[in-house]
Design a binder for this molecule. Structure first.
Ligand SMILES: [Fe+2]
Length: 210
């Protein structure tokens, strides 16, 4: 009888990568101060999380915060050597949920966003990321696992933490059942300038966003 050998290798294919930054206190304080004056509404009704207009990046008083977020997006672009001139902030808005009200974002993705992200202005209930390989979970052939793997992963929301992830990644947040308010800034980005090179060194697209 042939003795079974150890596993030679497990290929971890197409992993999802998120990028995390630590935002300086002064920028977090500035964003919080500005956000207190913003008009926020229940645009995700019946989920009681309040969001604002997506134009913060166009407003001069938000320049310092927008510049920081833009720098983080620049790091993503350089790290992955993306073929574009910039990943430009295309939408930026405030997010708020009251203490103990259970307000949350249901699972969603950011259409028309290459890379999106969140800057947490307070500690709070976690961000939840759903496994993008949907056919291997919540399916009739899913075999339950006892090795700790789950189709949802929680990312702790901590004041000053900024996370970037692909716009197609399905995510949400837990309901805010804590004693404290939860404040954050969310944002989208699009590739701008010369995007993707052809063999003739001419871009596939030249894009501007406002
Ligand atoms: Fe989101």
């Amino acid at each position: 009888m042939i003795e079974l050998e150890d596993i030679d290798r497990i290929h971890k294919l197409f992993p999802v990568e998120m990028m995390q930054f630590k935002c300086p206190d002064s920028i977090v304080d500035k964003a919080l101060e500005l956000l207190y004056d913003e008009e926020l509404g229940l645009h995700n009704f019946p989920n009681t999380v309040y969001t604002g207009r997506g134009d913060l990046h166009t407003r001069p008083e938000w320049t310092e915060v927008t510049d920081y977020i833009q720098q983080c997006l620049n790091r993503w672009m350089v790290h992955y050597k993306l073929q574009c001139d910039e990943l430009t902030v295309s939408l930026m808005w405030g997010v708020y949920s009251k203490a103990k009200e259970g307000g949350k974002h249901p699972m969603h993705r950011h259409s028309m966003s290459a890379v999106c992200g969140v800057l947490y202005l307070t500690d709070g209930v976690p961000l939840v990321i759903h496994d993008p390989v949907t056919s291997r979970n919540w399916d009739t052939l899913e075999i339950m696992r006892e090795d700790g793997w789950d189709c949802e992963v929680e990312i702790a929301a901590k004041r000053g933490k900024l996370v970037l992830f692909p716009g197609w990644l399905v995510h949400g947040s837990r309901g805010n059942d804590r004693d404290t308010e939860r404040w954050a800034i969310s944002f989208n980005s699009l590739p701008t300038g010369d995007v993707n090179n052809t063999a003739q060194d001419y871009p596939m697209a030249r894009i501007k966003v406002s």
